[in-house]
Ligand binder design. Structure first.
Ligand code: NDP
Length: 240
C-alpha cells in the first residue's frame, strides 16, 4: 500500500541518471509518473513523453500528453540539466546561455505550465534539482553554478507567490553533491579523487540517495516544507 496520496508527477530529464531513478522511486511509492526524454530513448516501464525543455512549445505539448494520459499534473520535478564546463576566459556566450536555458529557464517553463492546474486544484509541489555547487561556486562552471543558484531564487519566489492558507502549494530545491551518473562521468579522474577528499563522507552519491529526498518532498508528510534547499551532498556544503 502506498504510504502517501498517489499523485500525478511530471519529471523532466527522466530518461537516465538522477531523473530516471527518481521517477522509478516515485512510481514505487504509488504515484502516476510521467518522464520526459529528449536525446536518449524513452525509459522502459514508465510513461515517457518526448520533450526538449529549451522549447516552450515542446514543454506545453508534453504537459498536454501527460494530462490526457493521467490527468492534471500535481507534482513537477524539474531535473533536466547539462554542463558545458570551461574557464571563464574561454567560455563562449552560447555555452553560458545554453546552460542557463536548460537548467534555469526550463524551470520557469515547466513551473509556469504546471501552475495553471495547481492553482485550480489548490494543490501542487514544485521540486527543483539544484546543486551543492550553486551555493559554493566551482572553477570552470560559471554557467552551471549561476544556473543552479538561479534555481534557488526561482523556487523561493514561487514558494512565496503561491503560498496561502487556501492552497497547499509548495516549492523546494534538492541540492545534490557529486552523484554517479553520466554527467559526473565527464569529470577527469584526478579531479574526482581531489573532490572525494574534501567530502566529509569521502564518497560520491548514488542517484537513489537523491531520489529519496524527492520522494519525501512529494509525500504527504512534507506538506509544511516550503522554500527549502535540502542538501544531499555528503556534508560538502555544510554552512552554505
Ligand atoms: P544526466 O546527464 O545523467 O541526465 C541528464 C538528463 O537531462 C537526461 O535525462 C537528459 O535527457 C536531460 N536533458 C538534458 N538536456 C535536455 C533538454 N534540452 N530537454 C530535455 N531533457 C534534457 O545527468 P544527472 O542525472 O547527473 O543530472 C540530473 C540533474 O541533477 C541535473 O539538473 C544536474 O544538474 C543535477 N545534478 C547532478 C549532479 C551530479 O553530480 N550528477 C550533482 C548536482 C546536481 P536526454 O538524455 O533524453 O537528452
Amino acid at each position: 500500500m502506498p504510504s502517501t496520496t498517489p499523485r500525478t508527477v511530471f519529471v523532466t530529464g527522466g530518461s537516465k541518471g538522477i531523473g530516471l531513478v527518481t521517477a522509478q522511486a516515485l512510481a514505487t511509492e504509488g504515484h502516476r509518473v510521467a518522464v520526459t526524454y529528449n536525446s536518449s530513448p524513452p525509459p522502459e516501464g514508465l510513461f515517457g513523453v518526448k520533450c526538449d525543455v529549451t522549447s516552450t512549445d515542446s514543454v506545453d505539448e508534453a504537459f498536454t500528453a501527460v494530462e490526457e494520459h493521467y490527468g492534471p499534473v500535481e507534482i513537477v520535478v524539474s531535473n533536466a540539466g547539462i554542463t558545458k564546463d570551461t574557464l571563464l576566459p574561454r567560455m563562449e556566450e552560447d555555452d553560458f546561455l545554453d546552460v542557463l536555458n536548460t537548467n534555469l529557464v526550463a524551470g520557469y517553463r515547466v513551473s509556469k505550465r504546471a501552475s495553471r492546474n495547481m492553482i485550480k486544484q489548490k494543490f501542487g509541489r514544485f521540486i527543483f534539482i539544484g546543486s551543492a555547487s550553486g551555493m559554493s561556486g566551482v572553477p570552470g562552471q560559471t554557467n552551471y553554478t549561476a544556473s543552479k543558484a538561479g534555481v534557488i531564487g526561482l523556487a523561493r519566489s514561487i514558494a512565496r507567490e503561491f503560498a496561502s492558507s487556501k492552497r497547499a502549494i509548495t516549492a523546494n530545491v534538492v541540492a545534490p553533491g557529486f552523484t554517479e551518473t553520466d554527467m559526473a562521468a565527464q569529470v577527469n579522474e584526478k579531479h574526482l579523487e581531489q573532490m572525494k577528499e574534501i567530502i566529509p563522507l569521502q564518497r560520491f552519491a548514488q542517484p537513489e540517495e537523491i531520489a529519496s529526498a524527492v520522494v519525501w518532498l512529494a509525500s504527504d508528510g512534507a506538506g509544511y516544507v516550503n522554500g527549502a534547499v535540502i542538501p544531499v551532498d555528503g556534508g560538502i556544503g555544510m554552512g552554505h
